[in-house]
Design a protein around this ligand. Structure first.
Ligand SMILES: *Cc1c(COP(=O)(O)O)cnc(C)c1O
Ligand SMILES: [Zn+2]
Length: 422
């Protein structure tokens, strides 16, 4: 393999990005060398990673570690990725959800439970790849604008890697997400504004500060590839086949589009049969710009001002919105949205039927699944996977006034029976 060069003339370590060959524009297809850039030099379109994949077998993958690094040949990371401290996320459980299926009238349903990651959300996957890229670029600061879960993942991964972190959050974030970020040390900055304001500030800083790796801004093409592993895992855990339907929460829309990319790569590599699948997107209607565009038949996503309890999904101007519309339409899926009350119901429904406590994003997804079945958009006879992407302990307020003890009693058998509780 030849030595790779980045735009500013930095020389990269040989094999620093595995089988990745360059950055490809998602709009015009122009290519440029691997580097810490995210916009096409020809048309300013967003860039993604291009690869020259070798032959990869199921056995080779199965012999790898029980985390996302088992898919190293399919990711922009070096073969020695496990040699440096990283978070080792992934290979979270895929639960057969028979109780929830029965309640919703679906024949075969699974929950992909990504709350089991190191900082309890799917964001550990994307951050692990971004950290590898930041290392290879020799970045001195590991940073992000975040709606909460990304802040957790960046602060934790940076602490473990021994790299300075600077994390920007909206000032009104849920308290648990603030504390579970701050505890890792690093610099946490609360910004008076919503996520879209925070994101704009981050882009400005990224343009000024040399050597900063903003995981979801200037190293976004690498970061985004982490979401493919959700698709790979679902297929592998189903015994190397694709599900017929998937329901995925949408914030920036990156996760949804990369699960689709992951499925297509598995087919291309002959690791699964190319059976048809439909991808559905889930939003909270207090921040549903992609769902609105889908329903109106638009290709353009008009930004909104978020107002929802599902703060981890509260991106009013989603970078991947138009690509989510493409995927939903191409695969025969849809994008739907639910009210905050339905989000709370969704959290309780999943907890009550399957013993899984989801954060608000999971509530959005489960409630959307229910709505899609009831409206006939989702086929109840087709095998379906619903994603829970975060842990309910981070958003306790969502259910705090809905659940609690059945009674408070004196410590005596008589008091217990008198209360007539069971
Ligand atoms: C960030 C996030 C998502 C969605 O992320 P995208 O920006 O659409 O890739 C989903 N669920 C949770 C819990 C998240 O934190
Ligand atoms: Zn372009």
């Amino acid at each position: 393999m030849s030595t790779l060069t980045t735009d500013p003339g930095t020389t990269l370590r040989e094999g620093a990005f595995g089988n990745a060959t360059g950055l490809v524009c998602r709009e015009c297809g122009a290519t440029q060398p691997l580097g810490p850039s995210y916009a096409c030099q020809e048309c300013f379109g967003p860039l993604e990673i291009g690869y020259a994949f070798p032959q990869v077998t199921r056995e080779q993958i199965a012999a790898g570690p029980k985390n996302i690094w088992r898919y190293q040949p399919l990711l922009p990371v070096p073969t020695d990725i496990t040699a440096s401290p990283n978070m080792e996320p992934g290979f979270t459980r895929l639960l057969r959800a028979d109780n929830l299926a029965r309640e919703l009238g679906i024949r075969r349903l699974w929950v992909k439970d990504d709350s089991g990651n190191p900082t309890h959300s799917f964001k550990d996957r994307v951050v692990a790849i971004a950290l590898s890229a930041a290392r290879e670029f020799g970045s001195t600061v590991f940073a992000c604008p975040s709606t909460g879960n990304l802040a957790n993942a960046v602060a934790a991964a940076g602490a473990r890697a021994g790299i300075k972190t600077v994390v920007f959050i909206p000032h009104d974030l849920e308290r648990p997400k603030v504390l579970t970020t701050a505890v890792y040390g690093g610099t946490l900055v609360a910004v008076k504004g919503n996520y879209d304001d925070v994101n704009r500030l981050a882009s400005e800083i990224a343009g000024e500060e040399e050597g900063w790796a903003f995981v979801n801004v200037n190293v976004r093409p690498y970061y985004a590839e982490g979401s493919k592993t959700l698709g790979y895992e679902v297929a592998e855990q189903l015994g190397w086949r694709l599900p017929e339907q998937v329901v995925i929460p949408v914030a920036s829309g990156s996760q949804l589009t990369k699960v689709d990319k992951g499925f297509r790569e598995l087919v291309q590599l002959g690791l699964v049969d190319g059976s048809p699948y439909r991808i559905f997107g889930a939003q909270a209607n207090g921040c549903a710009p992609v769902s609105a565009a889908y329903k109106q038949g638009h290709d353009v996503v008009r930004p909104v001002r978020p107002d929802t309890i599902a703060k981890s999904l509260a991106i009013g101007n989603p970078a991947d919105g138009p690509y989510v519309l493409d995927v939903a339409r191409r695969t025969g899926g849809a994008v739907e949205d639910v009210t905050d009350e339905e989000v709370r119901d969704g959290i309780q429904l999943l907890a009550r039927t399957e013993g899984v406590f989801a954060e608000t994003a999971g509530g959005v997804t489960v409630a959307t699944l229910k709505k899609l079945v009831e409206s006939g958009q989702l086929d109840p006879d087709a095998e379906t996977v619903v994603f829970n992407t975060g842990d309910g302990l981070k958003t306790l307020d969502a259910v705090a006034d809905r659940v609690g003890p059945a009674a408070t009693i004196e410590p005596s058998y008589q008091a217990f029976t008198a209360a007539d509780l069971v």
